[in-house]
Design a protein around this ligand. Structure first.
Ligand SMILES: Nc1ncnc2c1ncn2[C@@H]1O[C@H](COP(=O)(O)OP(=O)(O)OP(=O)(O)O)[C@@H](O)[C@H]1O
Ligand SMILES: [Mg+2]
Length: 314
C-alpha cells in the first residue's frame, strides 16, 4: 500500500473577473489548499465567497488569472483528468421530458457506454441514489431532491475517482439533506474523493472530514473538521443543580455559562482543563452533580462567525 495521495492541490490560485471596461473583482484570491484522496472536503463560505469560482477553476471551466493547481496529479485544465471526475452543478438542468433511465442513457452514451454495461450501470446508480422505484417519473415531475439525486447518478456514470458537488443540499428538506449526506458518505466508503461547496454549514458539519472556510475570495481557515471545531473552544463542565452560590464562586474562572436546558443541565465553560477541573470541584463541593468534564466543541457556524467577524455589515 502506498501512502495516501493528494487528489487536489492548489498554489496561490487566483481568479480575477473583469467587470465593465476597467473594473475587476476577485472571485477567489491566493487559494492554497490540499485535498487528500479518499476524504470528503468541504469548501464553505457565504454567498459570493468564491466557492463556485474555485470549483470551475478545478474543473478546468475557468482559467486562473494566476497561481496553479493539480487535480489527480495533472495540471489544472488538463483533459486527462476530466474522464476521471464527476460534477454535480448548483441547480442542475436536465431535458424535462425524459425519465431518469432515458436521461442516464443519454449521458452514458456521451461517455461511450452502451448496451448491457450501460443498463447495468444505470440500474446500480438509480439504486445508489434511492431512485430505483421512481425511475419511470419524468424529470418535470421530479421534486428538487429527486433532481439532485439524478444529478448525482449522472455524475457517477463514468465511475469517477473524484466527485465535485456544488451546493448538494441547497433547496432540500431535512430528510432530503440527510439522504444526500448518506450518498456522499457512501461514496467515501467506496474509496472516492468528494469535494463539496456549500454555504449550508449545518449540512456540511456532519459530513466533511476537512473544511476550508472562504469569505470574499479569501481563505480564512482550513483543517480537519475536528481540529477546526476544537480550536480555541477550551473546556466545558456539564452539570445539574448548579446553585447561585456556586455561580458567584466560579464567576471569575469561567469564560461563559450556558443556562440549564430542559433536563436542567448547565454548561460551564473554561479556558483550559485546569480551570475546568476547578469549576467542577467547586460545583461538586456545593452539591451539584457533575456529568462531564471535557474539551468543548463549537459548531461550524460558531467557528465561521468567529473567523469572518469584523466583515459583517459592509
Ligand atoms: N462571471 C462573473 N463575472 C464577474 N463576477 C463574477 C462572475 N462569477 C462570479 N463573480 C463574482 O465572484 C464572486 C464569487 O462568486 P462565486 O459564484 O464563486 O461565489 P459562491 O461562493 O459560489 O457563492 P454562492 O454561495 O452564491 O453560490 C462573487 O462576488 C460574484 O459576484
Ligand atoms: Mg456558488
Amino acid at each position: 500500500m502506498g501512502e495516501i495521495g493528494i487528489a487536489i492541490r492548489t498554489e496561490g490560485l487566483t481568479k480575477v473577473y473583469r467587470i465593465g471596461i476597467r473594473g475587476t473583482h476577485v472571485g477567489i484570491g491566493d487559494l492554497t489548499v490540499e485535498v487528500p484522496e479518499g476524504e470528503i472536503y468541504g469548501l464553505v463560505g457565504p454567498n459570493g465567497a468564491g466557492k463556485t469560482t474555485t470549483l470551475k477553476l478545478l474543473l478546468g471551466l475557468l482559467f486562473p488569472t494566476s497561481g496553479s493547481g493539480e487535480v489527480l496529479g495533472l495540471p489544472l485544465g488538463s483533459p486527462d483528468y476530466k474522464a476521471r471526475i464527476g460534477y454535480v452543478p448548483d441547480g442542475p438542468y436536465f431535458y424535462d421530458h425524459l425519465n431518469a433511465p432515458e436521461l442516464l442513457r443519454f449521458y452514458g452514451a456521451l461517455f461511450g457506454l452502451t448496451g448491457k454495461v450501460l443498463e447495468q450501470r444505470i440500474a446500480e446508480l438509480l439504486e445508489l441514489v434511492g431512485m430505483a422505484d421512481r425511475a419511470h417519473f419524468r424529470v418535470h415531475e421530479y421534486s428538487k431532491g429527486m433532481r439532485q439525486r439524478v444529478a448525482v447518478a449522472q455524475a457517477l456514470l463514468n465511475d469517477p475517482d473524484l466527485i465535485f458537488l456544488d451546493e448538494p443540499t441547497a433547496g432540500l428538506d431535512p430528510m432530503g439533506a440527510i439522504q444526500m449526506r448518506n450518498i456522499v458518505l457512501d461514496l467515501r466508503q467506496r474509496g472516492k474523493t468528494v469535494f463539496l461547496c456549500s454555504h449550508l454549514l449545518k449540512d456540511m458539519e456532519p459530513m466533511c472530514d476537512r473544511v476550508a472556510i472562504v469569505s470574499r475570495g479569501a481563505l480564512k481557515l482550513t483543517g480537519p473538521i475536528d481540529e477546526v471545531l476544537q480550536a480555541g473552544a477550551g473546556y466545558r463542565v456539564r452539570a445539574t443543580g448548579v446553585s447561585p452560590e456556586t455561580r458567584r464562586k466560579i464567576e471569575a474562572v469561567v469564560t461563559g455559562i450556558v443556562e440549564p436546558d430542559a433536563d436542567g443541565v448547565a454548561v460551564l465553560k473554561a479556558a483550559d482543563q485546569k480551570r475546568a477541573l476547578e469549576v467542577a470541584n467547586t460545583a461538586a463541593g456545593d452539591g451539584a452533580q457533575v456529568l462531564e468534564v471535557g474539551p468543548d466543541r463549537r459548531t461550524l457556524e460558531e467557528v465561521f462567525i468567529d473567523v469572518v467577524e469584523g466583515q459583517a455589515g459592509d
